[in-house]
Design a protein around this ligand. Sequence first.
Ligand code: CAA
Length: 740
Amino acid sequence: MNKVGIHRLAFYTSHYYLDLAILANARGIEVNKFYIGLGQSKMAVPAPDEDIVTLAANAAKRALNDINVNEIDTILFATESGIDQSKAAGVYVKSLLGLPNRVRVIELKQACYGATAALQFATAMVAKQPHKKILVLAADVARYGFNTGGESSQGCGAIAMLITANPSILAIEPETGLYTDDVMDFWRPNYRSEALVEGHYSTKIYLHALEQTWQHYQEESGRNFKDHDYFCYHTPVPRLVEKAHQTLLKIAGELPVESNKTHEQLKPILYYGRETGNSYSAALYISLISLLDNTAEELSHKRIGFYSYGSGCVAEFFSGVVQPEYRQVLATEFHRQHLASRQALTYQEYEAFYSYQLPTNGGECFTPKHETGDFRLAGIKEHKRIYKLVNQPEILSKETKAAISKALSPGKLILSGEHAVNFGKPVLAMAIDRYAQTTIASHDPEQVTFNLLDFNYKNSFTINTLRALKRRVKEKYKEFLAGKVGIREVLQQPFELTQYAVVNWLDHMNTKFNRGLDIHTTSSIPVGCGMGSSAASVLSVLKAITRFHDMSWDREQYYTIAKEIEQLQHGKSSGIDVYISLHGGCVYFKEGQAEPRPLPTVPLFLVNTGTPAATTGESVSHVLEHFGQDSIWQTFETVTNIMDKALQANDLPEVQSAIRDNHRLLTKIEVVPAKVQRFITEIEAQGAAAKISGAGAVTGDQAGALLVVTEQVEPIKQLCHQYGYDLLEVKAVERGLHAL
Ligand code: CAA
């Protein structure tokens, strides 16, 4: 009989991940519990416009890149993150990949075991008709919920494997060991988007089922432990795989083996899993890909034992033999590049991604656009998921084209001169490559719907409700100007700024409200950290709504209205945030005059030390009260001018020296918290320079954004790690507010 097995194999995971050190920090857990105790370093987090279909389509596109897809007879899609109770997710994949209609598509479910069932069915089908090719897909998003025991073992990923006769990668052997038992260790009722799990019980069952399937497999195959060269295991967390391997060693009488040795042996198998987290049905096959991609030793003719486990529970032990030409068809470079190019999320970004919910009540939405490979979930319309090819001209109807408007506005960093600007001294600031984005589409003609991703907020209003909000906010702002209330009492929630901007625009333009608005906002600018997130958000909303109504404003109009609105958040605005976000580039301001400067080319980094406990207004008042008459402001001006010249000359040592002087002055005016001072002292000891960028804080430990100038990134990264901060490279950008 012909050999049957895996002919092509690829995996795909999200472009975004959370380092578990950040999760540990947020949850007050010792990071080594995750790094060592679970053996997990990162978990992949899907973007709001990514799901099992887009993940699987991306994996399949790579797996099939040299295959004649007309030869594919069947698509078997295994998942426990189903998106529809009726339609198989594989049908969408078929359509996205442009596969022929002469194909059979079906979805399979049994927790993490589904892909193994699909593989076994596929091999049986090919054994019966050896000219057929079967595409097996497995994709899952592992979700347990915030602050739950399972949170650290989440993740996502997809695999695609093409099953054929005479395969190039792995021939599957016919003998298998099976085990099924009706247990409740992990399950997800239809009404929940997160799984329920009895964590420790599930690991016990996982290991018990391993013993049972191994015993059955041995009876069926007559093979012993030593007949296998490698073992791959379903990987909920890498540490459990080490325990599983120890279990097999024990049964085989191979113990004692030092646990360090097991750790080393399993390294190549677990390499990708440590990076992606659990991907349920795809996890076992990601461990196979990891082994094949990351083992220098020639694996041809080596036998691999596979343990597949799906809670609930069904488990299977089987084996396969690596084929001589396997290296020629692996997607190793694709996998490595895909993982290396991923983007780390901050804790806030993780929360925002995780909390994003598609409407569950029949509502419609357009998802915010993120990096999702070649495919994305664009939204839901008339209860139907809309998938799109990325980077391909969208074929939109005339009506839809007119009904979607998008705008982006950048955040800013102050390079020098914060606080001094309030004493008539110069300030240097630049727009950076972090953006607030607004998308507006048509919706229910009666309503304005806000889907504010970063605030995890979604709600719909009539225009009259929004007008009542505007009246209330205006009234409070008057009270603030009269000194009766603090600025924090003007907006009850930060997202009211966006709502105010929308209703203010409609009233200002005297527009007839008859189309309805569906407004999505998202931002990569940290909030409340002196990086101009409010100004950028307001501007992006104003631009998107102006375009949506086929109108145009000049820059002066944007500046005046956005500054007026931004004041509701900050009290009194210098207008710098709005100016920079609107115009982009790098600017030297003095006494209301803006002089453009070339974009800085020295290596700039940003450290977010967290939202300051004091508002900008409070820090500014403190400085006015205690240092109003001080001669220090002249020194600030001198330092800003030195920095200005050094940046233009691209003179790194002189820029760093001006930053250090700047930091000393800011410390003198008491806006640099003690913890941040300690951090900057350590940064300086590494030969780098840093200063707060923005108002800083007169109370608490956090100072918002820090600007770091260094050519040596690694030591600073390690320092940030110790302090629980994130280090981000930032680039100045020439372009300000613009439509997409
Ligand atoms: N430094 C080093 N190690 C530390 C540590 C530290 N500071 N703190 C704790 N540890 C160690 C512990 O000693 C423990 O080690 P052992 O396993 O060797 O005893 C390990 O870290 C884990 O600690 P806990 O048992 O306290 O961890 P936990 O209560 O968070 O539970 C878990 C871990 C059960 C895997 C949990 O993350 C969970 O419920 N995950 C979801 C369910 C799951 O993945 N189950 C696996 C089997 S079910 C399955 O396979 C199907 C599927 O995919 C879901």
